[in-house]
Design a protein around this ligand. Sequence first.
Ligand code: FE2
Length: 287
Amino acid sequence: MTASGPRCRMLSPDQKRGYAENGYLVLEGFKTPGEIAALRARAAEIVRDFDAAQTRAIFTTDDQARRTDDYFLTSGDKIRCFFEAQAFDADGELVQAKELSINKIGHALHDLDPVFDAFSRGPALAALARDLGLAEPLIWQSMVIFKQPTIGGAVKWHQDATFFATEPQSVTGFWFALEDATLENGCLWVAPGGHRGPLRERFTATDGVCRMTRLDDTPWPDRASARPLEVAAGTLVCFHGFLPHFSAANTSPKSRHAYTLHATDGRAVYAADNWLQRPADFPPRGF
Ligand code: FE2
C-alpha cells in the first residue's frame, strides 16, 4: 500500500482466510521506494561505522564458540553486525570488503535507531498485526539480512517459533523485501499450510549456553511441495511462527537485502529460556 496520510490497512476476509490456510501472506507494495531507500541508506551507514577490526577477534580466537555465543546472546538489546561464515581467511583477515562481508545487522534496530523505528511502526503495521491475531503485539527482534552476492549463505528449513516460543504460540514474522527477491538471488521458500504441523525444534539459552533441542520427529517438507516467493522490493511477507521456510544460498552477483521483524502477543507467556530477553528497563513495544 502506497497511499500517503493516515493509513489503517485492514486485511480482506479472503486475505485472512488465506493466511489461516497457508500460514503466510504476501502484500505487494506495502512500502514505498522512498521508505525502502531511507532504510537501506541507514543500514549502509551502520555498516560503514561498524568497527570490523575489533569484532573480528571474536571470530578468530581459540574459544571462538563461546565468544560467538556471547556476542550473539548479548545482542538482543543492541545494534550489532554479524559476518558471513566465509568472511574471514585463516589469518582472520576479511576476504572481501566489509560492506560485502556482513550477513546481518540485529537485533534492536527498531527500538534504538529512529530511521528503523519509523519503518517498523505505524498505523498500517498496527492494523495488520491486529488482523493477524496479535492483540497486544510486542516486537522482540529486527534484522537487516544482506544475503550478499556470491557468499550469501543458505538458511535451512526452520520455523521462527523455534527461536521465540510463547504459550500459546504467537510469534509472527514480518519480512520486507528491500530488493527484488528471485530464484537467482536466494528468495524465500515456504511450505504452504505447513504451519498446521508441529514445532520441530527449540533454540534456547540457559546460563549463556545456546542449545537446539529436537521436539518432534516430523520431517521437514520435501522440496517438491515448497513454493518459492519471488517478490518485488516493497513487498511484505507475513509468516505464522510454525510455518516451515528456508532460503537458498545466493550464488548470483546480485544481493538480496531484506528486513525482518518478529513480534509475539503480549497475552501469551514468553518463554524464560528464549535466547532473546530484554532488561526490565527496556521492554519490547508494539507497532
Ligand atoms: Fe525465519
